[in-house]
Design a protein around this ligand. Structure first.
Ligand code: NAD
Length: 701
């Protein structure tokens, strides 16, 4: 059932019934239109109430119809809106929960709107590189002041119904109901009232005026500021243009212009990339071999081992979602320091007005510091974030095995160690999983869920459900050195080092890749994370005789303790208390000396080569990872890079980007690097899968 019809005492209630959030797919639209016609043709019906079943009114378009002709199949959304707007019987939208995108556009087609308090109202299309395409840009500025409407459309952020109701002169909210529970009754009463005193002309949003008192100066200003803030993205500027149209064109012409802008944006690579990542996030939570009916275990309490940088961040990720945490350290001092870090982080958020003092207190109350493993006895999950040494992991996991209750999940946050070996330290390897958080763990969205050889489906399903609870973007990875993300970045960083050996400077490399869209270049990023982390990894890898060589420059910087921002010097110099990366003479000399020792004459390297070497390094390693089954699908790899490594979302992630360049062209470039480049040229042999797809004209799956 996708729409429910119920008529009592002359009022037809049509309920959108497409769980979970009443997306407007073809079947729903068709059933809904049938119900509207039914109400129109029944003489007993005097008014119509449109409401959403379940958790909300309507979250908008059906993502399953993205880019398919189904999205426009009649009755499409524009037709539904016309149907409601032209109804000779009053139509009242009764809105609760979410009212987003096409859902809001549908509500704006109704004659009246009753909102429950706390309903989230917005037009988020810009986040997918689009503008609202069914009248949202023309109707919203007619019911709100133009600037408020523009802010909502350009930011894509939803606003609560009570805030909207409080805007001066607004015509969006005709009535706020007392509660969500009373919404339907109040909307039916409202419909009955307007029907009993039905105006000759029902109010239509399209008939209202969209006016800005100083439009001639406001819109150029808005275009300047929005254009500057969204350089690589065309959608925000199109949003401004469309809202401006609402003030200068007739409603019909504005609607036609909106459609043209929407169709243009739909075809842009930016929107295609953003929609790819949107779908990637949904696909990532599906595990192909998960037996139907696998039930995640309830997680009501968590233990954390280690109150260092990661342990404290992970503890906050749990506390922020109301999950009580038992935090364990080896010594009182380290434990106190960890608790103080958590307390100080929350205090800083309170000071900035981002957290209430009450919430701060509530979170600290559900944090239990301890030095005794026995305190983990009740925990549903324990996440280990102790030192990155296998002997430490062994000690910790043997203790967990001793004290934890049956069914408790043991997770390790290891970045580089073998999750299967760690699982073997316990008598219950099927309960062991890797949960690889990123730093700072309370902020970063990405969570790699590392599936060991023995990890049970229930544990995997619990990890994915837990990720949702603590608001992380989870991607499942198989076991390998570095998992998906760090294994790929290793090759990216190796190329960055070679580029220095060959003639580039750290600033040139960083600037080139930042211009491509990365949040931060490799050298600024290393200075932020700490150069000693990579140093330790390189030392360990150097023990493997088959390992590819690195540039010697990063080690040389670490040998003179240039660890990055934390030591005030790294790839760049830093002034005390400042984060500005200043080019360093010391670093230039280390690079020059190294080139001399290698007998390399520096050459001028183009920004284009820098970008290709760095990005195609990710692509080649990503293709190996996909081919080996470490990642289940290409879009998982793209998601890892966009959510955790600052890859520009509007380029869709490394593998999606490679497809926009053309896999044939990418492979050709790799072959050139293989034959001409300096360093580990054997890395540039294109991955088997990449070669295959390029030859066949195929696509990553
Ligand atoms: P850290 O040195 O900041 O913290 C480790 C903490 O563990 C210290 O406070 C230490 O006292 C404590 N500890 C050591 N042995 C212990 C034991 N036997 N029992 C209880 N506590 C113990 O290190 P970190 O950066 O937080 O890293 C922790 C883990 O997370 C490592 O496995 C690391 O590889 C992984 N990791 C780190 C990052 C990162 O960016 N730092 C990112 C992802 C994963």
């Amino acid at each position: 059932m996708t729409s429910l019809y119920n008529a009592t005492d002359g009022i037809a209630v049509i309920t959108l019934a497409n769980p979970p959030l009443n997306a407007l797919g073809y079947e729903t639209r068709r059933a809904f239109a049938t119900d509207v016609h039914k109400a129109a043709s029944d003489d007993q019906i005097k008014a119509i109430v449109v409401i959403g079943g379940g958790r909300g009114f309507c979250a908008g378009a059906d993502i399953g119809e993205f880019d398919s002709p189904e999205s426009l199949r009649e009755p499409n959304l524009m037709t539904l809106i016309s149907l409601l707007e032209s109804s000779s019987k009053p139509v009242v939208a009764a809105v609760h929960g979410v009212c987003l995108g096409g859902g809001l556009e549908l509500a704006l087609g109704c004659h009246y709107r009753v909102f429950a308090p706390g309903a989230l109202v917005g037009l988020p299309e810009v986040k997918l590189g689009l503008i609202p395409g069914a009248g949202g840009t023309q109707r919203l500025p007619r019911v709100l002041d133009v600037e408020s409407a523009l802010n909502m459309i350009v930011s894509g952020e939803p606003i609560k119904s009570e805030q909207l109701a409080a805007l001066p002169g607004q015509k969006l909210v005709d009535k706020l109901s007392v509660s969500t529970e009373s919404l339907l009754n109040e909307a039916v009463d409202y419909a009955r009232d307007v029907a009993s005193d039905c105006p000759a002309h029902l109010p239509h949003v399209r008939d209202l005026k969209s006016k800005h008192p100083e439009g001639a100066t406001f819109f150029p200003f808005a275009k300047n500021s929005v254009g500057a803030a969204s350089k690589s993205l065309p959608a925000p500027l199109e949003c401004v243009g469309a809202v401006e149209d609402s003030t200068t064109l007739s409603f019909e012409d504005g609607l036609a212009a909106e459609r043209r802008r929407f169709t243009y944006l739909q075809s842009t690579p930016q929107s295609q990339s953003l929609r790819h990542l949107f779908l990637a996030e949904r696909a990532a939570s599906k595990v192909a071999d998960m037996p139907q009916g696998t039930v995640p275990r309830p997680i009501g309490s968590a233990g954390i081992v280690g109150a260092g940088m990661m342990g404290t961040g992970i503890a906050m990720a749990f506390l922020n979602s109301g999950i009580p945490v038992t935090l364990l350290e080896t010594a009182r001092e380290a434990l106190d320091k960890g608790v103080a870090t958590i307390d100080a982080t929350y205090a800083a958020q309170v000071k900035k007005g981002k957290l209430s003092a009450t919430k701060h207190q509530e979170r600290m109350t559900i944090l239990k510091p301890t030095l005794a493993y026995e305190d983990f006895a009740h925990c549903d999950i324990v996440v280990e974030a102790a030192y990155e040494e296998i002997s430490v992991k062994e000690k910790v996991f043997r203790e967990l095995d001793r004290v934890a209750k049956p069914g408790a999940i043991f997770a390790t946050n290891t970045s580089t160690l073998d999750v299967n070996q760690i699982a073997s330290f316990t008598s219950r390897p099927s309960d062991v999983v890797g949960l690889h958080f990123f730093s700072p763990a309370n902020v970063m969205k990405l969570l790699e869920v590392v599936r060991g050889a023995a990890t049970s489906h229930a544990v995997l399903a619990t990890s994915l459900a837990l990720a949702k609870t603590i608001r992380k973007t989870a991607v499942v990875s198989g076991v390998c050195d570095g998992f998906i993300g760090n294994r790929m970045i290793e090759e990216y960083l190796r190329q960055a080092g070679y580029l220095l050996d060959e003639g580039a400077s750290p600033a040139q490399v960083d600037k080139a890749i930042e211009k491509f869209g990365f949040a931060m270049g490799p050298f600024r990023m290393s200075d932020l994370a700490g150069n000693d982390i990579g140093w330790a990894i390189r030392k360990r890898r150097a023990l493997n005789p088959d390992a590819l060589p690195y540039s010697r420059v990063p080690d040389r910087l670490c040998e003179v303790a240039r660890f990055g921002q934390k030591t005030g010097a790294g790839w760049y110099d830093y002034k005390p208390g400042k984060r500005d990366a200043l080019p360093s003479d010391v670093v230039s000399k280390v690079i020059d000396d190294n080139r001399r020792e290698l007998g390399v004459t520096p050459r001028k390297i183009s920004d284009e080569e820098i970008v290709q070497r760095l990005v195609y390094a990710l692509v080649n390693e990503g293709a190996h990872i996909l081919d080996e089954g470490i990642a289940a699908r290409a879009s998982d790899i793209d998601l890892v890079y966009a959510a955790g490594y600052g890859f520009p979302a509007w380029r869709g992630g490394p593998l999606h980007y490679a497809q926009t360049v053309g896999l044939y062209n990418v492979v050709e470039a790799m072959r050139t690097f293989e034959s001409t480049s300096y360093g580990a040229s054997k890395f540039w042999k294109p991955a088997r899968l990449l070669e295959l797809l390029a030859a066949e004209g195929g696509k990553f799956a």
